[in-house]
Design a protein around this ligand. Structure first.
Ligand code: PEP
Length: 258
């Protein structure tokens, strides 16, 4: 799609310990090579649990694997008395390029608010991490026909008044909550509708040039056999993949199919 590089990001959630992470990344590198995935045309990213990141760094940097990695969350704060939290600075020091912010599981199970999501976007930018900002509606909102307004409100709350010069590399993932881990995928038309609306809103918030460079992902039960149809639309620049990113051969096949 246009001049934006396709991005396929695997959100491991709370799966794979640091030893499993090593074998998964190693197998993924082999599988991407065997599947002849053109890594100049697609950015492949893994998002492991925090405790895996050192191991993943050693492997990816040590063997110069053509992959990037990042965290699944970060603290809004940089350091201090915040027990259990992880600073963006620490992620950055471990070579992370990306960080997921505002995943629906964090909004749901940890009560993350739009205001906290916004503070985390600011924290990521302070430490030169690319936010993968997640937005998307629950089922009842879609059934009420309010999904576009709901999702654009989340986007605006996260980005309003931030300096657009800092946001050229931003990634926004549209993840309808009802499609995450349920096997129910939004149709390619649903993904395209929302990504088109998100781009329009980004133009309003950040100006046309910055909006044009933001990558818009779809997430929710993406698999090797539906990824191509979803990313075919010019406004959909890739996918955020949960379950289907855990199996290296399957994830490589998905990267190949995209
Ligand atoms: C996700 O959690 O970001 C996700 C898209 O999960 P799944 O692919 O398993 O639906």
């Amino acid at each position: 799609s246009t001049d934006r590089t396709l991005l396929l990001a695997g959100n491991w959630k709370m799966n794979l310990d640091h030893l499993e992470a090593i074998s998964t990344v190693q197998k993924l590198a082999w599988a991407l090579r065997d599947a002849k995935v053109d890594l100049t045309a697609v950015d492949v990213v893994v998002l492991p649990p925090f405790t895996d990141i050192r191991s993943v760094q050693t492997l990816i940097q040590g063997d110069s694997l053509d992959m990037a990695y990042g965290g699944q969350d970060l603290s809004a704060h940089d350091e201090g008395a915040y027990t259990g939290e992880v600073s963006g600075r620490f992620l950055s020091r471990l070579g992370c390029s990306y960080v997921i912010i505002g995943h629906s599981e964090r909004r749901e199970h940890h009560g993350e608010t739009d205001a906290q999501v916004r503070s985390k976007v600011e924290a990521a930018l302070r430490h030169e991490l690319t936010p993968i900002l997640c937005v998307g509606e629950p089922l009842e909102v879609r059934e009420a026909g309010e999904h576009v307004a709901h999702t654009l409100d989340q986007l605006a709350a996260a980005l309003d008044d931030l300096p657009s010069a800092d946001l050229g590399g931003l990634v926004v993932a549209y993840e309808p909550v009802w499609a995450i881990g349920t096997g129910k995928t939004a149709t390619a038309a649903d993904a395209a509708e929302m990504c088109t609306a998100l781009r329009e809103k980004l133009r309003e918030l950040l100006g046309a040039d910055t909006a044009q460079s933001v990558r818009l992902l779809y997430g929710g039960s993406v698999k090797a056999d539906n990824v191509a149809e979803i990313t075919e639309h010019p406004e959909v620049d890739g996918a955020l993949i949960g379950g289907a990113s855990l199996d290296p051969d399957g994830f490589a096949a998905l990267c190949r199919a995209a």
